[in-house]
Design a protein around this ligand. Sequence first.
Ligand SMILES: Nc1ncnc2c1ncn2[C@@H]1O[C@H](COP(=O)(O)OP(=O)(O)OP(=O)(O)O)[C@@H](O)[C@H]1O
Length: 504
Amino acid sequence: MPATSMEELVSLCKRRGFIFQGSEIYGGLQGFYDYGPLGVELKNNIKAAWWRTNVYERDDMEGLDASIIMHRMVLRHSGHEATFSDPMVDNKKNGRRYRLDHLVKDQKEGVQAKVAELMGADPANFAALVAALNANPAQASAALKDAGVRDPFSGEVGDWTEPRPFNMMFKTTIGPVADEDSYGYLRPETAQGIFTNFKNVVDSTSRRLPFGIAQIGKAFRNEITPRNFIFRVRELEQMEIEFFCVPGTDEEWHEHWLEKRLKWWEDQGVPRSKIEILDVPKEDLAHYSKRTYDLMYDYPTLGHEEIEGIANRTDFDLGSHTKAQSELGLVAKVEENADSIAKLTIPHPETNKPVVPFVIEPSAGVDRAMLAVLAEAFTKETLENGSERIVLKLKPHLAPIKVAVIPLARNREEITSVARAIKAELQGLGLGRVLYEDSGNIGKAYRRHDEVGTPYCVTVDFDTVGKGEDPALTDTVTVRDRDTLGQERVKISELSAWIRERLR
Ligand SMILES: Nc1ncnc2c1ncn2[C@@H]1O[C@H](COP(=O)(O)OP(=O)(O)OP(=O)(O)O)[C@@H](O)[C@H]1O
């Protein structure tokens, strides 16, 4: 059974070294997390699995790694300077600041209904209620107070300001002179680096439509209320594809990507039955989107929340960043761009005339992926002897440690030297991390490796080196299976093939 609460996961992650609070020894920094020894392995494995499926196994994709800090013009023409904001409200009583929709969502049902009543909004339509609050700031401030909206920190009814937009981009000074123009932004999504490199990639690879550009990298959002562990953070990582296609074929490609992405999640151990596909209602669509599917995974404690968005962005992005906009017959409504020096077109595959392609964007968060993968793998079992074990039933390709090699006696050279040789040989298979494990007794080692999801433990004992009771077991080791707890004696000479077969 998967994890039933976020606390279980948080506790496991800290206990076993997956994830730590950022800057913890100075009291922590809200919305920032550090990935520990096992976390970095799991994260790398998730990213590698995504790259393998979306880049290596396709013939219509190129990779990219663009810089994190971007020219302010990029984020101006992408629309982020003007619109990448969330509405916030302050409690005048204690100066605390909240994201408006989070504040209202977290109130008791009766309070939420009262806010809706005072705003003349439908209490069953939360998005419409938030829109009404945003559209009528003065009325919203009064409604929040009159409905008795409580401050989550103090627990008391707040004295709420009018909602106002808060831009979530991190701005930073560039170079030694801090004048008015020497600033850039930390990218709030990796996508913009793909759009600004569109022409470079086309020119250097001779790609024709349709094709995509994939990128994995950090993005930064100054979230007003970071929360729920790594679900909502200020420094996040994204796995994004911008898939460029001929206008008119976009709807077909949108469906293609929805299907591909669901299949990929399934392959990582996140089943379709746990993902709701939200066909985002027209009134809630981002301004650039023709249609968006949000994949809503059923997170423990949180319920259904977005793990990935798959948007049809039309020709909005390339149309916004291109020069000569008026000559290109753009479908999207874009702001005028007098700064770009590049024409972002590509020959139409049939007519050869320059065209601005439509874009389908599957955009997934690495941190949210990690949380879902951990939640699904987390299993609590009662064993035959009545004891309980926690085991992470991770897909082997995601497991942070593939094999632990355990010498039964830590100080017996004849045993440790064989164990070290086995570790070196298995490591050489290139399957991922193989750990030489001599840190405790065998029972504890097994328990730890169950909890971190190591698929196989290989034990070298006295029988292995011909000093046990059964001479027939010389040159064999015990291999223990994480999921079945079955133990099998395997010849050392056949071990690599045995492991490779199962971890392929
Ligand atoms: N603050 C964040 N922390 C962790 N992951 C995030 C965060 N914001 C976005 N993501 C991830 O990036 C993906 C694409 O970003 P997108 O802009 O579509 O998210 P969003 O719609 O702003 O998310 P939300 O509505 O939850 O704020 C999301 O599906 C999510 O997996």
